[in-house]
Design a protein around this ligand. Structure first.
Ligand code: PLP
Length: 310
């Protein structure tokens, strides 16, 4: 089965005009896949790249990880067994989590371990499955892999050449998506600047991973922009600006979430307010995250009043 990975690029005219830019949005949240986002391109590319089909895919991530969800979904579709090593506190009850329930519904097996035990848990699972004669493939967390990065070079290049943007904004976590887009930008006619807005890591910690991914995707001399100014206090944390961006997006019919795309859009918003994007063509590369919006805490009310007082 070959999968068409085509999505619309939409011109958000009114929203762009309000920011003094031309705003185009690449809708990877609309890839033809449940709860779509960038993991769909990355994980399919990772599997396509394998010499032989495994019996079991093993990977790791948070219980709310889009990477784990997507891998479990692909496993269910393709008939792979998926085993997930989930980061968390194994002593805490997580069975009320809707995310975990869905992973179970998809037939994935999982174990919850402390961050320092992830490596050992993956090795242990490998040993167990192999002892029963099953062929395994381990996917790095977040699908931060050469195939994952290359999938974004291949996705980015035709889009950049068609639209010729000046800037590309993308939410950057492990950096594979941004790294791929950087490699695409280097080959593209308009050579857009790819601005990765960190959703979690400080620049000090994150930039090497983006560089690594850019090199995997064949970037020759990657000038990486990895801006950690919109990460709030890290992964899953949000602030007023994040929510302002989320609100602005939804108001114009663009679903954003406070974990990923809201931060990337907050960066775009601030760059435009500082006049750094005036009259330029800006491509916002939407990476998904709808489930993260649904699973997020209620939006803080701007007036400071609690909801029941309003
Ligand atoms: C995983 C994810 C990202 C980050 O992608 P990386 O390739 O790890 O940088 C961005 N947005 C969403 C919605 C994601 O799920």
């Amino acid at each position: 089965m070959t999968r068409k990975m085509e999505v619309p690029v939409q011109d958000f005219k009114a929203l762009g005009a309000s920011l003094g830019i031309e705003l185009l949005v690449q809708r990877d949240d609309l890839l033809p896949f449940p709860l779509a986002g960038n993991k769909v391109r990355k994980v399919f590319a990772e599997i396509r790249n394998l010499a032989a089909m495994p019996d079991v895919l093993i990977t790791n991530g948070g219980v709310d990880s889009n990477h784990c969800r997507t891998t479990a979904m692909i496993g269910a579709l393709r008939g792979f067994r998926v085993h997930l090593v989930l980061h968390g506190d194994p002593t805490r009850e997580v069975s009320d989590s809707k995310s975990l329930e869905m992973l179970n519904l998809l037939g994935a097996t999982s174990q919850v371990v402390l961050p320092q035990d992830i490596r050992g848990a993956i090795d242990g699972a490998l040993t167990r499955f192999r002892a029963s004669g099953l062929a395994c493939h381990v996917i790095a967390g977040g699908c931060h892999t050469p195939a994952g990065a290359l999938s974004y070079r291949d996705a980015g290049l035709p889009v950049f050449n068609k639209l010729r943007p000046d800037f590309v904004f993308v939410a950057s976590g492990t950096g594979a998506t941004q790294g791929g887009l950087v490699a695409a930008a280097e080959r593209a006619v308009s050579r857009p600047q790819v601005v990765g807005i960190s959703v979690a890591r400080t620049a000090e910690r994150g930039i090497d991973a983006v560089k690594e991914a850019a090199a995997w995707a064949g970037a020759a001399n990657a000038g990486i922009i990895f801006d950690d100014g919109y990460r709030s206090n890290g992964y899953g944390q949000s602030d007023e600006l994040t929510w302002e961006a989320v609100q602005l997006g939804w108001r114009h019919g663009l679903p954003l979430d406070p974990t990923y795309t809201g931060k990337a859009f907050a960066g775009l918003l601030e760059y435009s307010r500082r006049g750094m994007l005036a009259n330029r063509r800006v491509l916002f590369w939407h990476t998904g995250g709808l489930w993260n919006y649904l699973a997020s805490e209620a939006m803080p009310s701007p007036s400071g009043h609690s909801k029941d007082m309003a």
